[in-house]
Design a binder for this molecule. Structure first.
Ligand SMILES: NC(=O)c1ccc[n+]([C@@H]2O[C@H](COP(=O)([O-])OP(=O)(O)OC[C@H]3O[C@@H](n4cnc5c(N)ncnc54)[C@H](OP(=O)(O)O)[C@@H]3O)[C@@H](O)[C@H]2O)c1
Length: 282
């Protein structure tokens, strides 16, 4: 079962599960595509009823309130989806002996580190979105008995609002663009993350994992490469976070240590420039 199948990651997980020959029940909210069941994960009765009816071997939760800036003024709504709703799903999975595979974020950390964050490092979210995602992690750890949480960062792919497509589209309309160069992180290509989630489930993964495509770069580096590979001619210039204020404070350092995940998977994530080449060739 894939929850949030209409989202950027959810669509990838569905495609890859189908390609591997699995039967997939897809749910989406508030809009659904053909073949997707409408399911709001904040609707406890509906979640319990559907999971009990399907009794899935595995539930991939790709749904979330992902508007990082919007969450600052709507933290209660974000918490219902990213926190309470995830807790409901965890309970339904426990009742039906389903493995829960959930996706979390680098925003649970404070962004002040100087070395890659390990799964066991202390969490200290600095934004409303990060706080709500942390509640979701905690609910799963309290309630579920068979679970995988994968924290990721800077996610991009097809079929969803994301940094790469936004920058490339802006670059087509403008002659120059300023992009922040003082925030470091790792881009993550949604198809690679989907493969990681499914492989972890197949390989008997349990507990917390980190996954992203390396190496660490700035948003400026990432934007420049994306525009170059997409064939754009816009001049990309570096700027500081102070020049580009946002409602939610962005972490200065958001690099996740994925070594333990790669060992469990038996493969290592591709470098992000290679994933950009794939993105623009499909
Ligand atoms: N994007 C990133 O950079 C990033 C970074 C780190 C971690 N993550 C995590 O990665 C996961 C996948 O992210 P994504 O970028 O693929 O997100 P996405 O494209 O925004 O997909 C999330 C889906 O969940 C849906 N949704 C919202 N409220 C719901 C509800 N109450 N019940 C059921 N579904 C609901 C959304 O619908 P609407 O679109 O209509 O709201 C959307 O279809 C999320 O857990 C996210 O927190 C993302």
């Amino acid at each position: 079962m894939v929850i949030g199948a209409a989202g950027m990651l959810g669509g990838e997980v569905v495609s890859q599960l189908l390609a591997r020959g699995y039967d997939v029940v897809q749910t989406a909210w508030p809009d659904n595509n053909a073949g997707q069941i409408l399911l709001d994960i904040t609707d406890q009765a509906a979640v319990n009823e559907l999971v009990a009816k399907v009794r899935p071997v595995a539930v991939y939760n790709c749904s979330a309130f992902t508007d990082v800036d919007g969450a600052e003024s709507r933290e209660d709504i974000a918490a219902q989806v990213n926190g309470t709703g995830v807790g409901t799903l965890a309970g339904a999975c426990r009742e039906n002996n389903s493995l829960l595979i959930h996706v979390s974020t680098d925003y649970v950390f404070n962004g002040a580190s100087e070395k890659p964050y390990r799964c066991t490092d202390p969490v200290s979210p600095q934004t409303a979105y990060g706080r709500t995602k942390l509640i979701g992690e905690q609910k799963i750890q309290e309630i579920a008995n068979n679970w995988i949480i994968v924290r990721t960062s800077w996610l991009y792919g097809s079929g969803g609002k994301n940094f790469v497509d936004t920058i490339v589209s802006l670059a087509r309309q403008k002659e120059n663009l300023k992009v922040v160069s003082d925030q470091l992180g790792c881009p993550t290509y949604a198809p690679d993350l989907a493969r990681c989630l499914i492989d972890l489930a197949q390989k008997g993964g349990q507990g917390m994992y980190h996954f992203c495509n390396g190496p660490a770069c700035s948003w400026f580096d990432f934007a420049r490469k994306a525009v170059e590979i997409s064939g754009g001619h816009c001049l990309i210039e570096p700027c500081t976070t102070d020049e580009f204020p946002r409602p939610a404070k962005r972490p200065a350092y958001s690099v996740l240590d994925c070594q333990a995940t790669f060992e469990k998977l038996g493969w290592t994530a591709r470098p992000w420039p290679e994933t950009l080449l794939t993105h623009f060739s499909v």
